[in-house]
Write a protein that binds this ligand. Structure first.
Ligand code: SAH
Length: 394
């Protein structure tokens, strides 16, 4: 069996020979046949050498590579890849312990499965497709998840309405691919979280801050903590366990604040140290005074595309500058950017200019990244998206 052939222009095979997993539409010379979006295609060089097999897409990325070997993409292909992804997480100590049952099982290109995200919350897998090819593979992928996770898996929820290319005109197919609606409590480093994968943001929880939250816990003792952009309160509970004096969680979404309050009751019922406020970050910080000596800034991606980068950088600068202006002397700031288009260097420069604007003496204590269950394929540096700095402000 062979797939539709995509032939590249001369010299356009070079990035593939360096295992970059995308082919841009401009690199294509011709296509033999008429593949539909989401079809599997074979990619050949201009001299007709086989290069790779991948999912065909309409748009600037034309093919996302699944394998650089001549391969049939069948059940055993998916099984093998899910198995590899799972084994890595087991070796990282993230799987199914009483202390932690929340992890990213599949991180797209980082697991050689471009276009696919799978997060695990206790016995629930939340699957998100970013390509039509992965959308079509969702039932096969569910079978692979069942085979690998066995009795540990009770449900698979599919959540791709906002991540699939809207031009593909697919009906919204969000829902359970396996099992029924349950309320699962996710445990991350011993802390508990309700996860609303149906209506919550992304897959329902930000699994990528696990290590950074654990670091925060070490800084929290005796401090007054502001967790800005708290969403479901992740950082707040680590601060409370770390013996913070008080913890204020702020998010502009009242739904997020509702979830944060629910999670307080799961972990620290009735604890008077916690307060939660549904307010805009900038407004809250403006009137905050110097109440805090530990501030977390984990905003949503201000820049989703390169063409809005300038505005986004201004947003990061303004936000960090207010935090520097307000924080008590000797305070600590955990500041993040999850915009993939903002490089580590650019983010650091932006925070530098915010510090200069506030006129405070600021030192970098830690440079943070995404955790090991969000691996970065070395041939695909675009997979690095989360950057953070821990700063000491005199
Ligand atoms: N720190 C969180 C994840 C943050 S996601 C965690 O560890 O889980 C970003 C959050 O910022 C979202 O919950 C969103 O509702 C919130 N948000 C977006 N714009 C905001 C604004 N202007 N002010 C306050 N919160 C905002």
């Amino acid at each position: 069996m062979s797939y539709t052939k995509v032939i590249l222009k001369p010299k356009k095979e070079e990035s593939l020979q360096r295992f970059h997993p995308w082919i841009f539409s401009g690199a294509i010379q011709s296509i033999e046949g008429k593949p539909e979006e989401g079809d599997i295609v074979d990619v050949y060089s201009s001299s007709r050498h086989f290069l790779a097999v991948g999912h065909y897409q309409i748009g600037s990325i034309a093919v996302r590579i699944l394998s650089f070997k001549e391969t049939i993409i069948d059940d055993s292909f998916w099984l093998e890849h899910i198995r590899k992804a799972y084994n890595l997480r087991v070796s990282l100590g993230l799987v199914g312990t009483e202390y932690n049952n929340t992890y990213r099982l599949v991180h797209g290109e980082g697991d050689n499965l471009p276009g696919l995200i799978v997060d695990i919350y206790a016995h629930t897998a939340v699957m998100q497709a970013h390509s039509v090819g992965m959308h079509y593979a969702r039932h096969q992928l569910t079978e692979a998840l069942k085979a690998i996770l066995g009795d540990d898996l009770h449900t698979v929820y599919y959540k791709s309405e906002t991540t699939l290319p809207f031009k593909a005109n697919l009906d919204n197919e969000d829902g359970y691919l396996y099992g029924n609606e349950v309320e699962d409590v996710a445990v991350e480093n011993g802390l508990k979280f309700y996860v609303d994968w149906q209506k919550g943001q992304k897959t329902g929880f930000f699994v990528d801050q696990r290590d950074n939250r654990a670091l925060l816990e070490r800084y929290a003792a005796g401090r007054s903590v502001l967790n800005m952009f708290c969403y479901t309160g992740g950082f707040s509970f680590y601060a409370m366990r770390g013996k913070a004096r008080l913890v204020h969680s702020v998010d502009s979404s009242s739904k997020a604040i509702y979830l944060t309050k629910k999670n307080v009751e799961l972990n620290f019922p009735g604890d008077p140290r916690h307060g939660a406020f549904a307010e805009d970050a900038f407004k809250y910080l403006e009137k905050a005074g110097d109440a805090y000596d530990l501030i977390i800034l984990d905003p949503p991606a201000f820049a989703k595309h390169k063409n809005v980068l300038r505005n986004a950088l201004q947003g990061y600068r303004k936000l960090n500058a207010i935090a520097f202006e307000k924080i008590k002397p000797g305070g600590i700031v955990f500041t993040f950017s999850c915009s993939q288009v903002v490089s580590r260097e650019t983010f650091r420069l932006t925070v530098f200019s915010a510090a200069a604007q506030a006129g405070r003496n600021v030192r970098i204590l830690h440079q943070l990244s995404q955790p090991a269950d969000h691996p970065i394929n070395i041939y695909h540096p675009e997979g690095e998206y989360l950057k953070g700095l821990v700063l000491h402000v005199e």
